[in-house]
Unconditional design. Structure first.
Length: 252
């Protein structure tokens, strides 16, 4: 039987004094009904996990004794998903599955055609907290020890004020100029004499990015690529993209 997993933020990670607080302490004590002496697994979202036993079970804090420490290497290709925010549960599904599929960074984009409006700062902060919890829960369930970096929601123009750092940059497109992924990767390898170590994928909202937003992305090196002849929903396109891109770039 696998042990329950809990998250301790990297800033609070101390193998000599591991402890669960806040929501994680509540989940351990009141939901999972753990007791003193029980064994569990904790991870810090930066590749390190520990097997530990519960030493003291307090109301607001659960102190642990570390038994073993292990370190997981990050995935060989760093994948960034720049996803236009879509409605409700579909966005939550994208965040959950992107974590399971090994995305290293997620950028919620507020496109001109985004239906969801996050104008007020407190509204954005509340949404950001909820999304962050979804990423943590996905890591806990899937055994992923690397927590994706979740950027703050931002417009396409704001995001592209600087050239992205990713080596390969892709824009999902239905346009006639969109190319197949193998062709794009082959061209990259011929130019650079190596495979890309990082990649960025932009996925639009319902109704896709505007022509102006697409032009902005292309000026910053994003190459239009086709996901096939079928028009996919935004959430389907995101999961398809991470699956195909991860397979194509991580294979030898």
């Amino acid at each position: 039987m696998s042990l329950c997993r809990f998250h301790i933020p990297a800033a609070d990670w101390n193998p000599q004094a591991l402890a669960l607080t806040g929501d994680e302490a509540h989940h351990c004590r009141d939901v999972m009904r753990h007791s003193e002496g029980d064994k569990l697994v904790v991870f810090n979202g930066q590749g390190t996990e520990a097997t530990a036993t519960i030493r003291t079970l307090g109301k607001d804090r659960i102190d642990l004794d570390c038994q073993t420490l292990t370190k997981s290497d990050p995935l060989p290709i760093a994948l960034t998903l720049a996803q236009a925010v879509i409605k409700g549960k579909q966005m939550e599904l994208i965040l959950q599955k992107a974590t399971e599929l090994g995305a290293s960074r997620i950028v919620p984009l507020l496109s001109e055609r985004t239906v969801v409006k996050l104008d007020a700062p407190d509204e954005r902060a509340k949404k950001q907290q909820k999304w962050q919890r979804i990423l943590v829960e996905a890591c806990k369930q899937s055994g992923q020890n690397w927590l994706p970096t979740l950027e703050e929601p931002q417009t396409v123009d704001s995001y592209f004020q600087q050239v992205p750092s990713e080596e390969l940059r892709l824009l999902a497109s239905l346009g006639p100029e969109a190319r197949q992924l193998p062709s794009i990767v082959q061209e990259y390898e011929e130019i650079h004499q190596s495979r890309p170590a990082s990649a960025l994928a932009l996925i639009g909202p319902e109704g896709d990015f505007t022509p102006a937003e697409m032009a902005t992305a292309q000026r910053q090196g994003c190459l239009p690529w086709t996901l096939g002849p079928i028009v996919l929903r935004s959430e389907t396109a995101a999961l398809y993209t991470l699956s195909v891109l991860g397979y194509e770039l991580r294979r030898q």
